[in-house]
Design a protein around this ligand. Structure first.
Ligand code: HBZ
Length: 821
């Protein structure tokens, strides 16, 4: 089970050699960062051989390849993960020990590549891990943002955003590929010419352009020598400055192109489930899509003469609507560059593109004003217009003279280009990301499309990679699992079911609880060091970590904490099992309510943590800068997994699966993949509460409900809500949390009050929390449930998800890569 390429003595020598070559340093006087770099280059050295072998095999076999097109890839650190997948972690850890370094602290030198916001970006990263591990050829295609997701600082309880300079020390794992540089054109005008056969030619003039330069990052499969690439594009100005040019027009254009190149890949938009509609965002989208597609077509043509056969070898998966310009861009390449007719190009495009929907939140839907779209992408716009024209003919054939249908389904309507409609009409597959989500798409959000083209719709319930979130993140539990059922679970998580027979085994129960305790000690230490808060590792670790969004209802959680605190104050002698409430969440920089919720959590934490009279029975911790690297440690240490979104709003969730795999019990609504989690583990091993998706949708169709009834009739809730506006948690500024109060009780911005049914679900939530407490008091029962959760997590491997994409959408060919001895 170990990798010969990482033989200890030669590995140590290579680390030392690298220090010499890179930094002119010996191991004694190198900094930790330099050690990290030297180790990473030594690891990369092994990876490169496998990467070349993979390329050679692909060259020989010519398998069908997926291009996973995504604005986001939330990769997390590469060093530890690569070592895990090389099956060399233990070996290298020992080698580093012998050199006098702790591998974990070397890992901490690596910045988290955070080229994503949350679930959607992390899903893309898990998918790449699974694709390589399962031996399928794949490219991830994205943007090399100079600044990834901002670093969150908490100052005086408020979130501050600090630029994430993840490339500051260079990225040892990436490889620049200047030989694949591609020109990308924006703006200008389209002139139509006719060739000798009278065919129209479309010529873009007076455009601005930038060079797209790819950087490849290796994606190492687990123990199989397969290395795919994440290809992220950087922008460079096309013509270097002609400083001697006195032609003013040229000079201005050169400056503009320089600026365009610099701004286009500057920063990741930090919104999740919200579309700000910024021009630069559309530029980013077209930039990486045009580059990726031009390259994919060129690569296909290196081996094939007949472009009509593209869909036999290539499939493009659109990760939400963000990459949807791929559709008209592929049409453009096929018609304007390859000389195909509309019908030929359409046939190819519609067999090569598939779309995944990740949300039903209306504010996330991408719509571009025609003015902006056609100015920035004039030729692309012409093509979208033609796709729309032809589609509306279809609609009219199916629903003659039905303006209602046109209004609801047109790609261009009301002065806007609707990207979801474009993706659905032009792709051969439309999938949701959990069963409930897909049903809502079919029966509500996309009902009209489902009715017209039901064969396109399918579900692919999300998954996560057990290699990062158990094997790397929770080594003690991983070893325990392997001791009991062998190590096949690493590449076949369905095996983990076999643990179920240990659920009633007293020894197994104690071992699992002890591992949890050790992981809680590790997190308690982190909290002591980062927050200066002392938490009791014997208390219940009750955790909600995810992006901050109203629909995810962190506000429900903290209001309930306020309520518990009130009860403890009123009845100091009540029975109460100590709890540590842990939050971690970034708010989009411009999302005021979300940022105010962070402030509230921290204000509540301040008061409760410093109240000597409650004997430390409640602690509240806000973990600063929640990201992939600290997430791994948090999941491992959690008892309770808070998955409390308003039913119907969370498309799937994937954190829920990471908690489960690490033995936490879910406290959640019947939303997203929670439904399937409960189905796998059994409702008696989770704490389910609240309105169902159907009930929420029914209320929404009635125009909401009246939260005032609850406010007037429920003293506990009233007391908590009054504390938002009487200065209880903000004596110097009693009005500070007024907006949160108003969001629950008063209609703001013509919206309904309590849009997310927080007060409506409060009581059910509080009751579910009581059930949690009583369950935890029964240590054996809890341990049993915890083991059954781990045992029930098999379905939620991204390996399973990817197999479904392959069987039902992509139809890829597997590759095998042997390394010479
Ligand atoms: O995608 C998330 C869903 O909210 C979550 O339920 C699901 O599990 C996950 C994977 O399928 N969606 C996102 O994370 N969405 C974004 O981050 C996003 C980013 C930019 C946008 C829109 C959405 O413009």
């Amino acid at each position: 089970m170990y990798n010969k390429a990482f033989e200890k003595e030669s590995f140590k020598k290579e680390v030392k050699d690298n220090l010499k070559i890179l930094y002119r340093k010996t191991i004694e006087d190198a900094t930790k960062q330099q050690i990290f770099q030297a180790v990473s280059y030594a690891v990369k050295d092994v990876i490169i051989d496998q990467w070349m072998a993979t390329q050679k095999q692909i060259e020989k076999q010519d398998p069908k390849t997926v291009y996973y097109l995504s604005m986001e890839f939330l990769m997390g650190r590469a060093l530890g993960n690569s070592l895990i997948n090389e099956r060399a972690f233990t070996e290298v850890k020992e080698a580093m020990d012998e050199l006098g370094f702790d591998l974990n602290s070397i890992e901490d030198e690596e910045p988290d590549p955070a080229l994503g916001n949350g679930g959607l970006g992390r899903l893309a990263a898990c998918f790449l891990d699974s694709l390589s591990t399962m031996g399928y050829p794949a490219y991830g295609c994205g943007i090399r943002y100079r600044y990834g997701m901002f670093e969150q600082k908490i100052e005086n309880g408020y979130q501050l955003e600090v630029p994430d300079m993840w490339l500051k020390n260079g990225n040892p794992f990436e490889m620049k590929r200047p030989e694949y540089a591609t020109e990308i054109r924006f703006g200008g005008t389209i002139r139509v010419e006719r060739d000798c056969q009278g065919r129209e030619k479309f010529i873009q003039e007076n455009y601005q352009s930038v060079n797209a330069i790819p950087y490849d990052i290796p994606i190492v499969g687990y123990g199989n020598n397969v290395v795919n690439a994440l290809r992220i594009w950087d922008a460079e100005a096309i013509n270097t400055f002609q400083l001697d040019s006195f032609d003013k027009g040229d000079y201005n254009k050169a400056v503009e192109q320089q600026n365009l190149a610099q701004t286009i890949v500057e920063v990741l938009y930090p919104n999740d489930n919200h579309n700000a509609g910024k021009e630069l965002r559309l530029k980013q989208q077209y930039f990486f899509i045009s580059a990726s597609l031009q390259r994919a077509v060129a690569k296909f043509k290196e081996k094939h003469d007949d472009i009509h056969r593209l869909p036999e070898k290539v499939v493009f998966q659109l990760n939400d609507t963000h990459p949807t310009v791929a559709i008209p861009e592929l049409m453009r390449i096929l018609m304007d560059e390859e000389g195909l007719t509309w019908n030929e190009a359409w046939d190819i495009t519609t067999r090569a593109c598939a779309y995944t929907n990740h949300t039903i939140m209306s504010e996330a839907l991408e719509k571009w004003p025609i003015e902006l779209f056609s100015r920035l992408l004039p030729r692309i716009y012409q093509i979208v217009e033609e796709i729309n024209r032809r589609f509306l003919i279809e609609v009219d054939r199916r629903y003659p003279c039905n303006q209602e249908k046109v209004k609801k389904m047109a790609i261009i309507y009301d002065g806007q280009v609707k990207m979801a409609h474009l993706a659905i009409v032009s792709g051969f597959s439309v999938n949701g990301v959990a069963r409930l989500h897909t049903e809502i798409l079919k029966n509500q959000e996309l009902k009209d499309f489902y009715e017209m083209m039901p064969q396109k719709f399918n579900n692919k319930t999300n998954g996560i990679t057990q290699r990062r979130f158990l094997l790397h993140g929770n080594p003690m539990l991983a070893d325990w699992v392997t001791d009991h059922i062998g190590n096949d679970w690493i590449t076949d998580l369905s095996q983990i079911r076999k643990l179920a027979i240990y659920a009633d085994d007293k020894k197994a129960q104690q071992e699992v609880m002890n591992i949890k305790y050790q992981n809680k000690l590790r997190l308690a230490k982190y909290i002591r060091e980062h927050n200066g808060i002392e938490v009791d590792p014997r208390s219940i670790f009750d955790v909600q970590v995810k992006r901050l969004h109203e629909y995810k209802r962190q506000l429900l959680n903290i209001l309930h904490v306020m309520h518990l605190y009130n009860q403890l104050k009123e009845h100091p002698d009540m029975e109460f099992y100590p709890r540590t409430f842990i939050f971690g969440a970034k708010a989009a920089a411009g999302y005021r309510t979300a940022k105010l919720t962070i402030k509230l959590i921290n204000a509540v934490a301040d008061v409760i943590n410093n109240d000597k009279n409650i004997g430390g029975r409640i602690k509240v911790v806000f973990i600063e800068n929640y990201r992939v690297s600290n997430a791994e440690m948090i999941f491992a240490a959690s008892d309770v997994s808070e998955q409390i979104s308003t039913a119907s709003k969370e498309a799937s969730g994937t954190g829920n699966m990471k908690f489960m795999l690490n033995g936490a019990l879910t406290l959640g609504t019947m939303d997203g993949a929670n439904v399937e989690i409960v189905e796998e583990v059994g409702e008696e091993h989770a704490f389910i509460f609240g309105l169902s998706a159907d009930e929420v949708i029914r209320f929404e169709n009635q125009g909401g409900y009246n939260p005032m009834d609850i406010f007037n009739n429920d003293q506990d809730i009233r007391k908590v809500l009054m504390q938002l506006i009487n200065g209880y948690y903000s004596p110097r500024d009693p009005e500070l949390f007024r907006d949160l109060y108003d969001s629950l009780l008063n209609s703001r911005n013509c919206g309904r009050p309590d849009t997310y049914f927080i007060l409506k679900d409060f009581k059910a939530y509080a009751e579910a929390q009581k059930r949690v407490e009583w369950a935890y008091r029964n240590e054996e029962g809890w341990a049993r449930s915890s083991i059954l959760n781990i045992a029930g997590a098999g379905k939620f491997s991204s390996d399973r998800t990817i197999q479904e994409y392959i069987d039902e959408i992509w139809h890829l060919d597997k590759i095998r890569v042997e390394m010479p001895e």
